[in-house]
Design a protein around this ligand. Structure first.
Ligand code: FES
Ligand code: FES
Length: 157
């Protein structure tokens, strides 16, 4: 066991933990952040995506050893932002949410993409979301959602 400190959704926390424990397991089992989903568990689907120091990471691939002194934001923390409200509306209006399992990861990936490129082309959106898998939408509605968010949220990113 070791003690680490990090920021979770803007709150500093101190955790006694096994450093090899996956961030995903800590978030879901010990912090109640069940918006972070486990799909593949192998870094392939993006369902478990969170922001670490503002960059998207798959939390199933991050041991707690790598989290010390970092700033972690899950979908629950991002949900308090204006950007989230825009993305939520855009995903809803375009039908980019169906079963919803992939949606938290898609929203985190969209935030990460729009943060780098506030007005992405379809091709750039496809590349930006290429680490996130969806079994329901066929992706076109998700691409439309990101384009609509870029328009509705012009100036927020
Ligand atoms: S559960 Fe982490 S990438 Fe699939
Ligand atoms: S909406 Fe069902 S997996 Fe994407």
């Amino acid at each position: 066991m070791a003690n680490i400190q990090f920021s979770l959704n803007g709150t500093s926390i101190s955790v006694d933990c096994d450093l090899s424990e996956r961030l995903l397991d800590f978030l879901r089992s010990k912090s109640g952040k069940t918006g972070v989903k486990e799909g593949c568990g192998e870094g392939e689907c993006g369902a478990c995506a969170v922001l670490m120091n503002g960059k998207i990471v798959n939390s199933c691939m991050v041991p707690l050893a790598n989290v010390a002194y970092k700033d972690i934001v899950t979908i629950e923390g991002f949900a308090k932002t204006e950007r989230f409200k825009i993305l939520e509306r855009a995903f809803s209006e375009t039908g980019g949410v169906q079963c919803g399992f992939c949606t938290p990861g898609m929203i985190i990936a969209s935030e990460s993409l729009l943060n780098i490129n506030p007005h992405p082309s379809d091709e750039v959106i496809k590349i930006g979301l290429s680490g996130n898998l969806c079994r329901c939408t066929g992706y076109n509605m998700i691409i439309d959602a990101v384009k609509l968010a870029a328009k509705l949220g012009d100036g927020l990113w």
